[in-house]
Design a protein around this ligand. Structure first.
Ligand code: F6P
Length: 279
């Protein structure tokens, strides 16, 4: 695991440099999720692939930017799914973006998850790595330095509701509104990494990306986005569900499967469970 964390740190520094260029132009292609790829998405994917290809303990990698998984060492234990540049459509307006890694042992699937990690490229570059504990690291000069352990409170103050409101189910809208009526503040940038990072570091709240009329299975990808953040939130003392079920109990048939998802502290997630159980 040490060498995987080292490779992630090297990737973070290289991706930060790749982001800091004037022309990150659009490519002609779409990724496996049907989004237009930036040349920058492809470059970040190549950086991570290159760093991971040097590591003997990695069996297979799967990238959000590639249709199929890529096999390295047949007898090695680790399978890593990653989204090289999540929220990359926010790059041109200079909002924060991130990279997400789900680290699995013996095969892809929530039941095999042994660690997860994300990098935030904002005014500062930070890494959150979760194995048994959730730890925050900050890039200082050319090295990442440990900052602190992250723990969620029982209840927060922030509400980050994803998806297009006109496609929300009526009871989901009531749920979101009920938090605002209770005094929760809206915090939603459209980047999953900075939005979930903010809730984690401010002690709690709710991030939701529900089933919608146009996307009944949600938008966010299980292996690259949903499972890694579910692992981090649960290890930090919070909860992560699809409305009813623990996200880490869901199965995953295909590398690019999606799921509705709710991440938060215990208080907010209990409210979600109540509302979804009665609808
Ligand atoms: O997966 C891509 C992504 O950009 C996430 O980072 C983000 O949380 C989500 O999509 C935003 O989607 P929407 O604009 O539909 O709320």
């Amino acid at each position: 695991m040490r060498e995987i964390f080292d490779a992630i740190q090297k990737s973070a520094k290289r991706i930060k440099k790749a982001i800091d260029v004037k022309d990150f132009g659009y490519s002609e292609s779409e990724n496996s999720s049907g989004e237009t790829q930036l040349q920058l998405d492809i470059k970040c994917d190549m950086i991570i692939e290159e760093e991971f290809s040097r590591i003997a303990s990695i069996n297979t990698i799967a990238s959000e930017e590639k249709e199929e998984a890529m096999h390295f060492h047949a007898d090695a234990p680790y399978f890593i799914a990653y989204d090289p540049l999540d929220g990359s459509s926010l790059i041109d307006v200079n909002l924060s973006v991130g990279t997400i890694f789900g680290i699995y042992k013996g095969g892809f699937g929530a039941e095999n998850m042994v660690a997860s990690c994300y990098i935030v490229y904002g005014p500062r570059v930070e890494i959150v790595f979760a194995e048994n504990k959730v730890k925050l690291y900050l890039l200082q000069g050319d090295e990442f330095e440990y900052v602190k352990e992250i723990k969620l409170g029982e209840k927060g103050k922030l509400n980050a509701p994803g998806g297009t409101q006109q496609n929300w189910l009526p009871y989901h809208k009531e749920l979101v509104d009920s938090f605002f009526k209770e005094g929760y503040r809206l915090r939603y940038s459209g980047g999953m990494v900075p939005d979930l990072h903010q809730i984690l570091l401010k002690g709690g709240g709710l991030f939701s990306y529900p089933a919608t009329s146009d996307k009944p299975e949600g938008k966010l990808r299980k292996l690259f986005e949903v499972f890694p953040f579910a692992y981090i939130y649960k290890k930090a003392g919070g909860e992560a569900i699809d409305g009813q079920n623990d996200l880490l109990e869901l199965t995953c048939k295909h590398v690019h499967d999606t799921s509705p998802c709710f991440f938060g502290s215990k208080y907010e997630i209990n409210r979600v469970k109540d509302v979804y159980a009665n609808n």
